[in-house]
Design a protein around this ligand. Structure first.
Ligand code: PEP
Length: 263
């Protein structure tokens, strides 16, 4: 059985002291569960100190981004090879990178390849803008972002990676437009269909697909329960330890209900 994956993207929030405090509070609340994996993505500055503090039975670390070259004159950048001892995962192609830093399809592709080359599992983020959605281009965007990002990987590489479906129009819109779980289920199904077309049924079955976009403690369960959804990527709500631990609790509850209904 695949583990439920719950990823906290702390974005550009929390200095090292605040990050350490949040980790401490989460550690007090979150229990070890063999079928749930909780991943924390703090700023790059906090990765080193947190890596010394985390209980590895409860948490794994993720970077929020890295550069695709292993070394060179790329002032200000951090490479995947520098992160390989520190993190298990790295977010790649997050809309924050694509929108604010103009990250291209080619750059996302090279980053995915560099992550895999360095033994770091990519959490590839894909999703459409509001305009693309209104124009009925959601599937086309998913197709294009997926095929280009994965184009240098083998079917075996694909089996291990994580894809986060994050419609850009649904990110941090808590009071605004909310993504309907049924629509998200369709998008997730389409992602797996594309993986199957490109890399075969084993890769399509094994690849983990998450939903992300304004997930909080009230709606996490609805997304986690979706067919084919292996977890959630949480931004704003992950900065609040009450809310984030309640999201992890919804995963515990879902799993125990599933186990009880089988017995
Ligand atoms: C994110 O950062 O990937 C995200 C989905 O943010 P939020 O939960 O705030 O929408």
């Amino acid at each position: 059985m695949k583990k439920i994956l719950i990823v906290a993207n702390w974005k550009m929030h929390l200095d090292t002291h605040e990050a350490s405090l949040l980790l401490h509070r989460l550690s007090q609340r979150i229990k070890v569960h063999r079928d749930i994996e909780v991943v924390l993505a703090p700023s790059v500055l906090s990765l080193q100190p947190l890596s010394l503090e985390i209980d590895r039975r409860k948490f794994r670390l993720s970077a929020q981004d890295a550069y695709f070259k292993d070394e060179g004159p790329y002032t200000g950048e951090v490479s995947f090879s520098m992160l390989r001892e520190l993190v298990h995962y790295c977010l790649i192609g997050h809309s924050g990178r694509r929108v604010y830093f103009g990250e291209s399809l080619e750059m996302v592709r090279d980053k995915v390849q560099a992550a895999v080359r360095n033994g770091i599992v990519p959490i590839l983020c894909i999703g459409e803008t509001k305009e693309e959605r209104n124009m009925g281009e959601t599937k086309q965007v998913i197709h294009d972002k997926l095929t280009s990002a994965l184009s240098n990987l083998t079917a075996e590489d694909i089996q291990d990676i994580v894809i986060a479906y994050e419609p850009i129009w649904a990110i941090s819109t808590f009071e605004g437009e909310v993504a309907k779980p049924d629509d998200m289920a369709k998008a997730i199904k389409y992602i797996r269909y594309q993986i199957k077309e490109l890399y075969g049924p084993v890769a399509a079955r094994d690849v983990r697909v998450l939903y992300g976009g304004s997930v909080d403690d009230h709606d996490a369960r609805a997304y986690l329960a979706l067919d084919g959804c292996d977890g959630v990527l949480v931004g704003a709500a992950s900065l609040n330890y009450h809310q984030f631990s309640a999201i992890v609790d919804s995963a515990y509850k879902l799993l125990s209900e599933r186990t009880n209904s089988k017995s």
